[in-house]
Design a protein around this ligand. Structure first.
Ligand code: SAH
Length: 347
């Protein structure tokens, strides 16, 4: 079966070629691009400056990807909203809208499921279903912006999936979402979080983008990290830290290290000391996250006192620390939990 071209993942050059191939004038591509990426329409029928005949041709000749909302939960505490979106093939992915003083931030998924196998993460449980298309990543942002009627100012690729395991589609997504002819979200307002696929961190650095790279570190020694994150067996902690250092050198962008504190696992004063040593001298900051207990996993969050002590130790050593505000604590906010619950319902 020959698959039809999927236009929402195309850049303007490709879309122009496609449109010209259908016997239309090149400027039609600009119009379609604007309908897709600025006006965020849900169907080709809504592209009202195209003739009805051409709209019919388009419906015949291409795929127009739109995500359907399958479920949503809103936090009564802070308005954080979690969305479950249905993909064309029946897979589901989740996205989260967080409202901050500086604007609305959307956390998107990059894959349906994940094959990285981190021991504390709900998304790892069912394994990888498939990579998301660039359009399916865009659509998570588009549907949320359309539904709220509020501009999305920041996007973090921190939902289900490992973005650097879906490299080409991720890159296309980043280019399209920051395109001034689209939503035009500045690259500095985009963050990609990775478990640490070192060669792809180097590759990303070469792209010379202005996006923020976040590394999920979660441990300060190779031995501990390997226990929590199987990927560390392939690219060890020093190799990954080295890749982050070179990302900074090539892009000038400060690295974020994510560190989820799990009681009795990685939260002692010694852990904090080792962490400070590991990243000392780097232009970075550490984002401490309370481990979010997942039903199928047996990790629990560090208590407040130990978390504060951990933070203080890092600060004493001259490391900048932020503590992730816990948004949406009353909804299934940990990575992949809404999706898990949904899949669980299906048996
Ligand atoms: N695959 C990417 C992005 C997805 S996860 C990555 O590994 O970075 C986004 C962040 O949440 C990662 O830092 C991940 O390690 C962390 N995380 C996953 N499950 C968690 C949980 N139960 N509690 C706290 N943090 C978790």
């Amino acid at each position: 079966m020959i698959e039809k071209p999927e236009i929402k993942s195309m850049n303007l050059t490709e879309l122009t070629e496609f449109v010209v191939g259908l016997g239309e004038k090149p400027f039609r591509a600009k119009q379609i691009y604007q309908w897709m990426h600025q006006k965020l329409v849900e169907s080709i029928d809504e592209m009202t400056n195209l003739s009805i005949g051409f709209r019919e041709t388009l419906k015949q000749e291409c795929v127009y990807t739109v995500l359907k909302q399958a479920d949503a939960q809103t936090s009564a505490l802070d308005g954080t909203k979690k969305y479950l979106f249905l993909l064309e093939d029946g897979n589901v992915v989740e996205s989260v809208l967080m409202r901050y003083k500086y604007g609305n931030s959307v956390c998107i998924s990059s894959q349906a499921g994940c094959r990285m196998g981190c021991k504390f993460c709900a998304s790892a449980i069912g394994g990888l279903k498939r990579n998301l298309l660039p359009s399916e990543m865009l659509e998570q942002v588009y549907r949320i912006q359309k539904e709220t009627g509020e501009r999305v100012s920041n996007v973090v690729v921190m939902g289900t999936g490992e973005p650097l395991d879906n490299y080409d589609n991720l890159l296309r997504f980043l280019t399209l979402i920051s395109d001034e002819r689209g939503l035009n979200i500045g690259q500095r307002n985009l963050t990609v979080s990775t478990c640490g696929i070192a060669p792809n961190i180097h590759k990303l650095a070469e792209e010379k983008l202005q996006i923020t790279l976040a590394l999920s570190l979660h441990a300060s020694s190779q031995a501990k990290r390997k226990e929590l994150m199987p990927i560390a067996a392939e690219y060890d902690i020093y190799e990954v830290i080295g890749a982050c250092q070179s990302y900074f050198e090539q892009t000038g962008r400060r690295i974020t290290f994510e560190y989820s504190l799990a009681a009795g696992v990685n939260d002692t004063q010694e852990d904090a000391n080792d962490l400070a040593e590991l990243i000392s001298g780097m232009n970075c900051h550490v984002n401490l996250i309370p481990m979010n207990p997942v039903r199928e996993r047996d990790y629990t969050a560090t208590d407040q006192a130990s978390a504060n002590a951990f933070r203080q130790k890092l600060e004493q050593k001259g490391i900048t620390v932020t503590v992730r505000r816990e948004l949406g604590r009353d909804i299934d906010a940990a990575c992949g939990q809404l999706r898990r619950r949904h899949l669980g319902n299906e048996g």
